[in-house]
Design a protein around this ligand. Structure first.
Ligand code: ADP
Ligand code: ASP
Ligand code: MG
Length: 454
């Protein structure tokens, strides 16, 4: 079999400590095809950095920077040759401490600069671990030399053609004589400022590198053995999925399955790159292959849950027999960079769901300014604390008699907006947050493990 070109990504739990890093290094070492290794920050570090990047006191910031220092120095001290990497790690930690010690207001740009230390630290240490475990020469590569984005700090949009050019020019030559370790999550804006792709964005970075370098396979190594029929933290008897299609995996991730960042599948689909999801803790256990076309095409393959949904209902008699209302509404939302997920309309009202989670940097999803603008032409109602549940599979739009059993099994649940028919790969609806996990359990028992009979 000819050599394959693989991009392998290891997530935060896979980078938790020196032992976890050594396990990942063995996974890499055992496969010469794994040419580019993309790593996340060590477990919990991005959360700490996100706390540091708020408007707390300098003392509090310094305490967090110190916690991050201790954690990374401890990992280094468990290496065979800590001295080979300590200077660089200390330099990064000092740079972070210097930022933390400055009395300054946080800006979105500064937050991304702060976030970047997580991946810069973990990739520096992991390069050393991989050198020690494999005995090979390994290159460290600054992802900001290839992942070019716009300046939308906090969830920057990648510039695909520029990423293609820079990866070929700056990264590919390094692969001639060694593997490359780089960072997920971070990129570089137009003027060179550090940007990030949104929380969980390392999967997306790895997919972007895979696309840019024409990889055959993208591997996502994480803390679960596979993609499961639902989040195993919610349903312990969820089942691992052996094979799933690009479209289904894309829907699952967009609708909340955290195992993949929602945009991960986009580059993979563009370049038809197979994706493997496996466990860095139990690499021997079978994982999930995400491929263009699957042999089995069940109607319901998996169930996902996305929390923190906001339901915006707008009401206006102007909608009745008029045109232009929806265009005006969406223009306001687009001007404020609000992304809309589900939409349902009646003659005089429109209900839209918005994801409050992507505004995790502390901003209120609908600012007073947007509300004021909307209220000039419609009545506005907002409901929070909702969750979006999606059944993901095949031919869901064309399967007769599906909604009866689905909603019949949720008799006592207040189901809000339902979207059925827009995609053949999902049926989704909103429920109250406090009922959401139970709804997932009931649907999983009924349609996946089939414990509950019709
Ligand atoms: P990493 O740090 O490796 O990126 P994440 O925490 O981002 O890992 O993603 C892995 C987690 O995704 C799992 O621990 C699991 O709780 C969650 N998850 C949600 N839905 C699913 C699913 N359908 N299959 C597997 N894991 C899922
Ligand atoms: N370290 C980043 C985060 O925690 C990116 C990632 O892990 O994918 O969000
Ligand atoms: Mg992740």
């Amino acid at each position: 079999m000819p050599d394959l070109f693989k991009v392998a990504k290891f997530g935060g739990t896979s980078m938790a400590d020196a032992a976890a890093m050594k396990r990942c290094a063995s996974i890499v070492q055992s496969d010469p095809d794994k040419k580019v290794i993309v790593v996340s920050a060590t477990a919990g570090t991005t959360n700490l950095l996100s706390e540091l990047a708020t408007d707390i006191s300098v003392e509090q910031r310094m305490a967090i920077a110190e916690q991050i220092r201790e954690k990374h120095i401890a990992i280094c001290s468990d290496l065979e040759h800590p001295d080979d990497v300590l200077d660089e790690v200390t330099r990064l930690l000092d740079e972070l401490a210097a930022i933390a010690s400055r009395k300054q207001l946080m800006t979105a740009m500064l937050k991304d600069e702060i976030y970047s230390f997580g991946e810069r630290l973990s990739s520096t240490i992991f390069t050393q671990v991989l050198k020690e475990v494999s005995g090979e020469n390994i290159h460290w590569f600054d992802a900001r030399e290839a992942i070019i984005t716009d300046n939308n700090f906090g969830s920057a949009e990648p510039d695909i053609s520029e990423i293609g050019l820079r990866s070929k020019a700056n990264l590919e030559p390094k692969l001639k004589d060694a593997r490359v370790v780089t960072q997920g999550f971070i990129g570089s804006g137009k003027n060179g400022a550090t940007t990030t792709l949104g929380r969980g964005g390392s999967d997306y970075s790895a997919a972007l590198f895979a696309e840019a370098l024409d990889a055959d396979v993208l591997e996502i190594w994480t803390d679960v053995t596979a993609i499961y029929t639902t989040d195993p933290r919610i349903v312990p008897d969820a089942r691992p999925i052996t094979e799933i299609s690009f479209d289904e995996a894309a829907e699952l991730s967009v609708f909340g399955a955290k195992v993949l960042h929602p945009a991960t599948m986009v580059p993979a689909i563009r370049k038809n790159i197979r994706v493997y999801v496996g466990s860095s803790i139990h690499p021997e256990k079978p994982g999930t292959w995400i491929v263009k076309d699957t042999r089995r095409k069940p109607v319901i393959r998996a169930i996902s849950l996305r929390r923190k949904q906001t339901l915006l209902t707008v009401h206006s008699l102007d909608m009745l027999h008029r045109y232009g209302f929806l265009a005006k509404l969406f223009q306001v939302l687009s001007d404020h960079k609000i992304s809309v997920d589900l939409v349902t309309t009646s003659e005089v009202s429109v209900a839209l769901t918005l994801d409050s989670d992507i505004h995790a940097q502390g901003n209120q999803i609908l600012s007073d300014e947007i509300l004021k603008e909307l209220r000039t032409f419609c009545e506005v109602q907002i409901e929070e604390n909702l969750s979006l549940i999606a059944l993901v599979g095949n031919n869901l739009d064309a399967t007769a008699g599906l909604s009866g059993p689905v909603f019949g099994s949720l008799e006592n649940v207040n189901v809000r907006v339902i979207c059925h028919g827009a995609s053949s790969h999902n049926l989704c609806f909103l429920v109250e947050e406090k009922e959401a996990e139970e709804v997932v359990r009931v649907l999983h028992d009924r349609f996946i493990t089939k414990k509950i009979k019709a």
